[in-house]
Design a protein around this ligand. Structure first.
Ligand SMILES: *Cc1c(COP(=O)(O)O)cnc(C)c1O
Length: 426
């Protein structure tokens, strides 16, 4: 499989190249030149397979022609070391719990596979690879957990000091070893600006082999298909019908993975994106128009994206939004109401992102839906606990991280301040 840019489709690159480079040179996003289709017989054979086997079957065609293909067994076994849970609720509705990984959010699936690939691509190279991430919360902890102690790789995390919850801050700064965490006296945009400037800066270019692990990297999207593959097969095995998926969506990486999995032929009837008050994806799905909006701050803050980058990949595959694709927007009042009523209606406590998808499911009149649960409610306890009126139980993985000591460096929101620390540490 070769990869091309969404903007300049003529030149193609290998998977390893696309993973290392992140963004295409022309500013476009890498996409596979085609979405391979899986045969019906192969699908049937996967019905009793383990998660790792389903992941291998899903990802293998995307790794063909790349040296990493030889190691796909080891890569999948290493990356998918935590479980996916598909929980049947009532009313022909199931919850796909994606939060049992090291950072208690779905981004663990993508970060973990990207880390396993990059570690192999850069094995034995003289200069370490430095992964620089600006994070508003969830991405940084997934990336830190995934790359922690990977040989030949260093991680630098920049997070906005006053704009993450105390649990998020703890999860970002509890790693050490090859992970260095900077607490920036500014907002997320300031962190992102510093990261962008580093990529263009002469000192960094001369001294550091930089890469980013942000969600536009194709290496974070491909692995996200594996849980749609596994959950759709499992649902059909249990209930004899093809499910639809409702996916909480911000930058639409998770939703795009559902669309790609459907295109591959996994038994997925429909896909509905659930956005918060940021409406760009709803606009595209309902009108076919690509518009960017000012970002609105909401309770589901990991989905606060005014101009979702992955719409560029979606509209590349489907210039017209297909009729099996839907999208709805959910405002903060509805998020609150859905969380508050969650225990009574569904016997569940949701994070604010998952609550958007639950609300959208509640409005759908057709049966057989799987709602993607993107984070554990305990990560967003300051929003959730006042609404449900009692503490959220902290899962063991998160409790263990919160026990660890933390280490962070406070800096001003200037690239120079970061450069000084990084140069001194060399
Ligand atoms: C990142 C994130 C999302 C949004 O996912 P996209 O792939 O950006 O659409 C939703 N929920 C949680 C908990 C997240 O961390």
């Amino acid at each position: 499989m070769k990869y091309r840019s969404t903007r300049e489709p003529i030149n193609t690159v290998t998977l390893s190249h696309a993973l290392s480079q992140g963004l295409a040179e022309d500013g476009g996003l890498f996409v596979p030149v085609e979405i391979p289709e899986i045969e019906a017989e192969a699908l049937t054979a996967l019905e009793d397979a383990s998660y790792v086997e389903i992941a291998k079957a899903t990802l293998s065609p995307f790794f063909l022609e790349d040296p990493l293909h030889q190691e796909i067994d080891a890569i999948c076994a290493e990356a998918f070391h935590f479980p996916l849970e598909l929980v049947d609720l009532k009313d022909h509705t199931a919850l796909m719990e994606l939060f049992h990984g090291p950072s208690s959010a779905f981004k663990d699936f993508g970060a973990s596979l990207l880390a396993s690939c990059l570690a192999r691509i850069h094995e034995g190279s003289e200069q370490p690879l430095t992964v620089l991430v600006a994070t508003s919360g969830d991405t940084g902890s997934a990336v830190a957990a995934a790359f922690h102690r990977k040989p030949g790789i260093e991680v630098i995390i920049l997070y906005p000091r006053d704009h993450v919850s105390s649990r998020q801050a703890h999860q970002l700064a509890c790693w050490g070893d090859n992970v260095t965490t900077f607490s920036v006296d500014g907002d997320f945009d300031a962190c992102q600006r510093m990261a962008k400037e580093a990529f263009a800066d002469s000192w960094w270019r001369a001294n550091v082999q930089l890469t980013s692990a942000n969600s536009i990297n194709i290496g974070r999207l491909l692995p996200q298909m594996t849980y749609y593959a596994a959950a759709s097969l499992e649902y059909r095995r249990r209930h004899g019908v093809e499910p639809g998926f409702v996916v909480p969506s911000g930058n639409v990486g998770n939703g795009l993975a559902a669309v790609w999995a459907r295109k591959m032929g996994f038994p997925i009837r429909e896909v509905v994106f659930a956005s918060n008050a940021n409406r760009a994806v709803v606009e595209w799905v309902k009108t076919g128009q690509l518009k960017s909006f000012e970002t609105v701050h909401t309770l589901a803050n990991a989905m606060d994206v005014g101009a979702p980058s992955n719409l560029e990949r979606l509209s590349d595959l489907y210039p017209e939004p297909p009729d099996w694709l839907g999208a709805e927007s959910v405002d903060d009042a509805r998020i609150r109401e859905t969380i508050a009523a969650g225990e009574e209606r569904w016997g569940q406590v949701y994070c604010p992102h998952t609550a958007c998808a639950v609300a959208v499911r509640e409005d759908l009149s057709t049966p057989h839906w799987i709602v993607a649960a993107t984070a554990h409610a305990a990560k967003f306890e300051t929003v959730v606990e006042p609404l449900i009126g009692h503490p959220v139980e902290v899962p063991p993985v998160l409790a263990e991280l919160l026990e660890r000591s933390t280490n962070r460096i406070e800096i001003e929101p200037r690239l120079g301040a970061l450069t000084q620390h990084v140069a001194a540490a060399r």
